[in-house]
Design a protein around this ligand. Sequence first.
Ligand SMILES: [Zn+2]
Length: 414
Amino acid sequence: MAALAAVTALTLAVSTAAGNGRLTPEPTKAAGATPLSHRSTLAPCVISGPSGVQMSEGIPTPSGYARSTGTVRALNLMIDFSDAPATGSALDRLAEFAPQTRAWFATSSYGKLDYRPEAPIGEWLRMPQSFRAYGIERGAPFEPGYRELVEDIVAAADPDVDFSEYDLVNVLVTPNAGPSALDTVLSVTFAGNREAPVADGVPVANTSFVYSRQDDGSGSYAETGYRVLPHENGHVFGLPDLYTHEGGGAVGHWDIMSEDWGVDNDLLGWHKWKLGWLEDTQVSCATTPGTTEYTLTPLPRRGGAKLVFVPVDSRTGYGIELRVRGGNDAIVCRPGILVYRVDTAVDTGGGPVRVHDSQRDSGGCTRSPNVHAELSDATFVPGEAFEDTRSGIRIKVAGADMEGNYQVQVTRRR
Ligand SMILES: [Zn+2]
């Protein structure tokens, strides 16, 4: 049963007819005001993918996605249908997600993202067509069903809502519409979609839909069921899916874009840098030949060095960070140094990040439900080392100090 639930723990980032691949960065007008201006010492680590990758790990995130720092206003609209009439109140549905998601982002971003969930319409919006008529299913494209649904939502909400005041939209669907999330996860985000319907002069371009309830029956729904929303909003901010057709086997529970069921988890340091939540001063770019030592502070702790990135080429590199239990990370059972490969040429859902497992075939150190167990002990502890002989890169955990910081030695043979 746990395995089944883990398989269904997948939510989708679906490409749209607009296709993010067509979203080219704005010409230079934004230069200097956006994450484009990273410190020059970090330049070799500011890797980006080839054009045509729909949703990439590359930095910077193309324009068209929602801002991920500062005050971000999230418009929440609760909808139901004639063939799936809501039973509870719309504000109760909102309460399943809103305060927790705001807190999750505040914690993960070290206060850099002030996420404001707002619901100017506190009632269910009844859609003019039945749920069945929209043809919504897992993996459904934006055209035509979702376009019709978004147009109908805009028409229903427009008299009471100024869409231009919001950075993103959450559509919280009555939980009785469609299949149980245990069978099929319908929740989906259409992000960076400039061909979306226009409301109040702006395209409704970054919209997350949440269906059903991610309730595995373990009794933890009240604490963990909201986590589908920060995952879906991650897409709105430009993050790709890290799970693959094999489920959470590439990244495990080390990032909410990999697994959003079960106990709380955080984002990789790479994602935090991509989103602007880590300052450039908290990131080191390991380009020096020979051996260089770095100190890393625990990822949940505010301030200090968080990420060492070892570029391999202009598209790929290794992220190195210190993961311990704390903040949004509730399940770390082997605190230590996480090493993962980032490939900006690999698209969403294809495994753009792969965590290196320091303890292969160990079975992992957790039995927490809906957590990919094998990678739960993937971290490296003092004395252990990771080696990529092909790239001539060795990463050794040299030690840990009294304050809980770790020393890491990166050796580059070229
Ligand atoms: Zn997703």
